[in-house]
Design a protein around this ligand. Structure first.
Ligand SMILES: NC(=O)c1ccc[n+]([C@@H]2O[C@H](COP(=O)([O-])OP(=O)(O)OC[C@H]3O[C@@H](n4cnc5c(N)ncnc54)[C@H](O)[C@@H]3O)[C@@H](O)[C@H]2O)c1
Length: 263
């Protein structure tokens, strides 16, 4: 399929690893990120263009997706941009709830809608949405997890709506992705709130993952590249979890790390 893959939130972290892997696997890539300065630096490293994109801003999404579709053709979109903040339910302000949902849920919806509108006029395409691991209770993450659950449902609904037009829509759920990603800042905050040194916390995280290490951005990038490829031509509305076996637990072992936050 001709055209470019637009990767959101690819100035750093997981998005950068995804963009780099897609380039290596022969795709034309365009990076879209709200942090345009960092996006330009990262894009230069892998020889692709970067555009300023705020996925929570409808005008920005319409403009950037339209621009990529007109100048390159749009073969794919990886909706990776997202935000997280550790918050208990009772400690979540409506401002924080709205901010997290406006980027993760509404922003991904806007990106999917605009991408599908362009792909419906062409010869199909592939959309990959980055969700998260287990879709059940994860303390201090209600705003984040519920925003990702919205993306989970969005992925399935869009997949069945546009399948006949040759558009595939899938999701990738990373586990605990280690150093080099934004989520690590949240893990650091969690370690601090539990009164643990970083290396103690890291050891506990490693022990909770059957394969015994952090997920690497490159592990997630490999799954995204597979879903973008012809090897996944019979997959739509499906999810690949990249968690080193964490997703296979029947209960989250991380729960044992928690003190009662309301004591
Ligand atoms: N790192 C993890 O452990 C982990 C685990 C599961 C899921 N995820 C998901 O993977 C994705 C990437 O996570 P990460 O840890 O690499 O994050 P990160 O904070 O390192 O990077 C996020 C990128 O998104 C950009 N961004 C933020 N808001 C934006 C907006 N409104 N419009 C456009 N760009 C915006 C940021 O500038 C940044 O470059 C997120 O969707 C996250 O929820 C991460």
């Amino acid at each position: 399929m001709t055209g470019a893959v637009l990767v959101t939130g690819a100035a750093g972290g997981l998005g950068y690893a995804i963009a780099k892997r897609l380039v290596r696997d022969g795709h034309s890539v365009v990076i879209g990120d709200i942090d345009v300065e960092k996006a330009n630096e990262s894009a230069a490293e892998i020889g692709v263009p970067a555009l300023r994109l705020d996925i929570s801003d409808e005008e920005s999404v319409v403009k950037v997706v339209g621009r990529v579709a007109c100048s390159h053709g749009l073969s794919g979109v990886v909706n990776n941009a997202g935000v997280h903040k550790n918050l208990s339910v009772v400690g979540t302000s409506s401002v924080d709830w709205d901010r997290i949902h406006s980027v993760n849920a509404r922003g991904t919806f806007l990106m999917c809608r605009e991408a599908a509108r362009h792909m419906l006029k062409g010869d199909g395409g592939s959309i990959v949405n980055i969700i998260t691991r287990v879709q059940f209770g994860n303390p201090f993450s209600a705003a984040y997890m519920s925003s990702k659950s919205a993306v989970h449902s969005l992925t399935q609904c869009l997949a069945v709506e546009v399948a006949k037009a040759g558009i595939r829509v899938n999701g990738v759920g990373p586990g605990h992705v280690g150093p080099g990603t934004g989520m690590v800042r949240n893990f650091e905050a969690k370690a601090e709130s539990l009164g643990l040194e970083w290396n103690e916390f890291e050891t506990m995280v490693h022990r909770s993952i059957p394969l015994g290490r952090w997920c690497r951005p490159s592990d997630v990038a490999g799954a995204v590249s597979f879903l973008m490829s012809e090897n996944a031509e019979f997959m739509t509305g499906e999810f690949i979890y990249v968690t080193g076996g964490f997703q296979a637990y029947c209960e989250a072992p991380e729960i044992s790390l928690l003190e009662n936050p309301y004591d």
